[in-house]
Design a protein around this ligand. Structure first.
Ligand code: MN
Length: 741
């Protein structure tokens, strides 16, 4: 009988709850055991008791006692990230200053300044949610400042976030969407950047579970269904390799590992293929145990054994032994043709490399001790600090810039002398120029990549050798901002533009001064502010600049009055009464209702980027001026909107309505055959009575590619149409397209 186990935790009585909490605490102690030094146990006990007491009246959304959360966060930190005693103390206390009567001073008094500083960092970044955008970006900046201050803050924060993601089920749907979006947008990439592959993967999978539940369940189901078949194949693949490895007397492990649901999904989307067509659903991993001096040699030896058995694909060899990623990742990856002509990815690494791959930063430190290798993390922190210290940095842009320049995958390129530079993916020759020096960037007119002349916008690829060509006459222009991805280049270009603008503005300032004095008004802050507001500009600098480039001709100045030496703006002409918009009565028969508010119908527009139709999983986004815009939750922009502007998101759902139809695009691929168009149109407009808005067909190499735009009432109808189209003879795939292209 498992009735006892089925009782939810919040039904436990006080005694049982106490036992559960103590059990969790002891489990934490057990994990920490190898790291405990004299006195540590007492400190931990003290932190635990202090936190338990402070949170004693609080419960989580699930009904559990709150203290189970800090305990779980501490355990994740120790067991999955490799953190130690002091970090565990911080994890236990991480929510106390924010949510209870305990103050930072209390913590400093009890545990010293190091722990107090980390808890302070965690408190500052604890509430990234539920604030307005600029504050959120500001918060994110804070995260990064504390990160570069003491990386343990971010590692504990990642444990905290992972536990929140694991327990997201008990939250409301809109909270789930918000937290999940934020996780894929910021924390997943951050975990990746810290080298925590497992944490990153789990965060992505859990986010997908909430953001795209259907696709998630579908792939999970198919993975489970194909499990036996897959392990049979993996065994078949491994057998001959294992035999050979045993002969050369290496201590090793070899196993197959399924790829994450999220990465399979990404591949399906990126390549436009079905689950069945994703060839590498798993990777084979070989982990070697060797001494540090033999690592590289041993990995290549294994590579040689594998490629003797199976033919490798030459484009898919990745050597991160000679050039580790800047998050510390080292390994050798190759893709080989396995049995039955299937491509299989093989990853070869040593035990040490594997630990770094799984525990990232923490493991990196462990191995770094005693060496004087300049840490890649230190370099990275240094770069972040450089950007953060720029006071002109707009924090909202900063969030986006930060993502593209610090969290993206990287490429490595070479200077003419052979020095390696790491740059984020999609970096251009111009980014490279700025990475060398801002003066080189500002005067860049082109580059030679692998000895070939290219424009400054040229996108670089790993392994390129780049030489920058400069001219003293060159200067940055506005459109350069679109040519770079690194934060450094962006901020340097902005600085230069501002400087340039200031020079131009100086002339406008002079013009204005003369004009105002001619009118008898003083040229002072007060009067300039009045004009700035009048012309609806951001700053006096903008005003001077607009005057200088003659975008403003100051004709309106004659309508101003001068009282004393003060300017008085002309009285606004009474505005023409705006035509009364029949507020509340929607333009078209609406089929949306907002949750939680009233069930009244509301005004909205459908987002152009994802073209939702009734039945789609959607959310509403409050836009300035346009009211509510409806997006699909799997819209390509959704993550960004949800994580950046969470407070402007409204939960919405469709009401039933059959009167209105929505323009939806379908991409159909099939075998080019006489009559295929007829079959398609016959099904759509003949049998299903669905109106076609446009249709184009292109034939190439015996295949046809059709684009059909149809008027659809709801998702049900669309699904039905897609199903029936797929069943037509010769049709290979039918996909709805997300965007206008
Ligand atoms: Mn927490």
């Amino acid at each position: 009988m498992d009735t006892v186990a089925a009782i939810p935790k919040y039904n436990l009585n006080e005694e049982q709850e106490k036992k559960l909490i103590l059990r969790e605490y002891r489990a934490l102690l057990r994990s920490l055991k190898p790291k405990l030094k004299p006195g540590d146990k007492e400190l931990l006990r003290h932190a635990f008791e202090m936190a338990a007491d402070a949170h004693k009246t609080m419960r989580r959304k699930s009904g559990e006692p709150y203290i189970l959360h800090p305990l779980a966060v501490a355990r994740i930190g120790v067991e999955e990230i490799g953190l130690g005693v002091r970090s565990s103390i911080c994890a236990l206390l991480h929510d106390t200053v924010e949510d209870t009567d305990i103050t930072l001073e209390d913590i400093e008094r009890e545990f010293g300044s190091e722990i107090a500083r980390i808890v302070d960092g965690l408190t500052k970044i604890s509430n990234v949610i539920d604030v307005n955008l600029s504050q959120q970006a500001e918060n994110f900046k804070k995260i990064l400042l504390t990160l570069t201050d003491d990386p343990r803050v971010i590692l504990i924060k990642l444990s905290d976030r992972l536990h929140n993601m694991r327990t997201l089920d008990s939250m409301k749907r809109e909270k789930q969407l918000k937290i999940a979006s934020e996780t894929v947008y910021v924390y997943g990439p951050l975990a990746h950047r810290m080298g925590l592959y497992n944490v990153k993967t789990e965060m992505e999978d859990l986010s997908m579970k909430y953001l795209e539940p259907e696709a998630y369940r579908e792939i999970a189901r198919k993975l489970a269904e194909t499990k036996r078949e897959r392990s049979r194949y993996i065994n078949e693949f491994i057998r001959p390799v294992r035999e050979k490895l045993e002969k050369i007397n290496y201590e090793f492990e070899i196993y197959g590992r399924p790829k994450s649901i999220h990465s399979i999904w990404n591949k399906m989307k990126k390549k436009g293929v079905s689950f069945e067509e994703v060839y590498d659903l798993f990777a084979i991993r070989v982990i070697l145990n060797t001494t540090p001096d033999k690592e590289k040699e041993a990995c290549w030896k294994v590579y040689s054994i594998i490629t003797d058995e199976y033919t490798p694909s030459p484009e898919r060899l990745r050597d991160w032994l000679s050039n580790p990623k800047s998050n510390g990742y080292e390994a050798l990856h190759t893709t080989v043709m396995g049995p039955q002509g299937k491509w299989v990815e093989v990853q070869v690494r040593t035990k040490r490399m594997n630990e770094i791959a799984e525990k990232g930063l923490a493991a990196h430190w462990k191995y770094k001790e005693g060496t004087n290798d300049e840490s890649r993390f230190d370099k990275w922190f240094q770069q972040i600090r450089e950007v953060l210290n720029n006071p002109d940095n707009d924090s909202i842009d900063f969030l986006q810039d930060f993502k593209t320049s610090f969290l993206a995958e990287e490429i490595y390129v070479y200077t003419p002398k052979g020095d390696v530079k790491m740059l984020p993916v999609n970096s251009t020759a111009l980014d490279f120029a700025f990475s060398i020096h801002s003066a080189v960037g500002s005067q860049c007119i082109g580059a030679k990549v692998n000895h070939k002349l290219v424009p400054i916008s040229h996108k670089l690829r790993s392994g390129d050798q780049v030489e920058i060509i400069t001219s003293a006459k060159q200067k940055p222009s506005e459109d350069w901002l679109n040519l770079v991805v690194t934060a450094k280049a962006k901020s340097k270009i902005k600085d230069a533009l501002k400087e340039e603008k200031r020079k131009v503005a100086d002339e406008g300032k002079y013009t204005l001064q003369r004009k105002m004095e001619g009118m008898g008004a003083a040229f002072n802050q007060h009067n300039v502010d009045i004009l700035t507001v009048f012309y609806k500009l951001q700053s006096p600098l903008d005003l001077y600049y607009q005057i200088s480039i003659k975008a403003i001709d100051l004709k309106e100045l004659k309508d101003f009055q001068v009282l004393g030496d003060k300017l008085e703006p002309p009285k606004p002409v009474k505005p023409v009464t705006e035509p009364k918009v029949d507020a509340g009565i929607p333009k078209k028969d609406a089929e949306l209702i907002i949750f939680g508010e009233s069930s009244d119908k509301i005004m909205y527009t459908l987002a152009n980027c994802c073209k939702p139709i009734p039945g789609d999983d959607v959310f509403g986004f409050v836009t300035t001026g346009k009211g509510l815009t409806i997006h699909r939750t799997n819209c390509p922009n959704a993550t960004k909107l949800l994580s950046n502007y969470g407070h402007r998101v409204v939960k919405t759902k469709w009401a039933r309505n059959k009167e209105i139809s929505f323009l939806t695009g379908l991409k159909i691929v099939g075998i080019d055959d006489v009559g295929v168009i007829h079959k398609i149109t016959n099904l759509i407009s003949g049998e299903m009575k669905i109106n076609i808005n446009a249709m184009t067909i292109e034939a190439k190499d015996g295949l046809f590619y059709g684009n059909v735009r149809v008027y659809i009432h709801d998702k049900e109808e669309l699904d039905d149409l897609v199903e029936r189209l797929k069943r037509l003879p010769g049709i290979e795939t039918v996909d709805r397209y997300d965007t206008e292209n």
